[in-house]
Write a protein that binds this ligand. Structure first.
Ligand SMILES: [Zn+2]
Length: 142
């Protein structure tokens, strides 16, 4: 940087001018904008849960897309492309929500299916046991 008083070349972090002694104000940093949330952690957690619990669902697709978009947010901010970063951030957030909802729906369907399965086969199994004991009883009696 250049000294605003005498114009001599100075180190960029100089606190005062070594030639004229002028005290230099610290470099004005751009106004602090709120950081762009990348929703990376939540997307990774959701994707991991999806892969663990119910892998064959659309939640896997939204989960992967969410992680991809979320991982681009930070580098876009660093490149100064804040508008694009915010766009990706919004996408990552929507995808995280979509993944969560899809996972919830899938889990409910799975629970309903398992309940149905156990009830249906439970009844069938019970009646089979009944029949067996009846025939065993009949065999004893005859
Ligand atoms: Zn100076």
């Amino acid at each position: 940087m250049l000294c605003p008083h005498c114009g001599s070349e100075l180190a960029s972090d100089a606190a005062f001018c070594i030639r004229c002694g002028a005290i230099l104000a610290p470099a004005v940093s751009p106004p602090d904008l709120p950081p762009v949330k990348d929703y990376l952690t939540v997307n990774i957690v959701l994707l991991a849960l999806t892969a663990l619990c119910c892998s064959c669902t659309p939640a896997l697709v939204t989960g992967i897309l969410g992680v991809v978009f979320a991982s681009q947010v930070k580098s876009l901010v660093q490149e100064g492309k804040r508008a694009q970063a915010e766009e990706k951030s919004r996408l990552a957030k929507s995808l995280a929500i979509a993944t969560g909802v899809l996972m919830g729906v899938t889990a409910l369907l799975l629970i309903a299916y398992l309940l149905f399965f156990f009830c249906f086969y439970g009844v069938a199994f019970a009646s089979l046991l009944n029949q067996m004991s009846f025939s065993a009883l009949a065999a004893l009696l005859l």
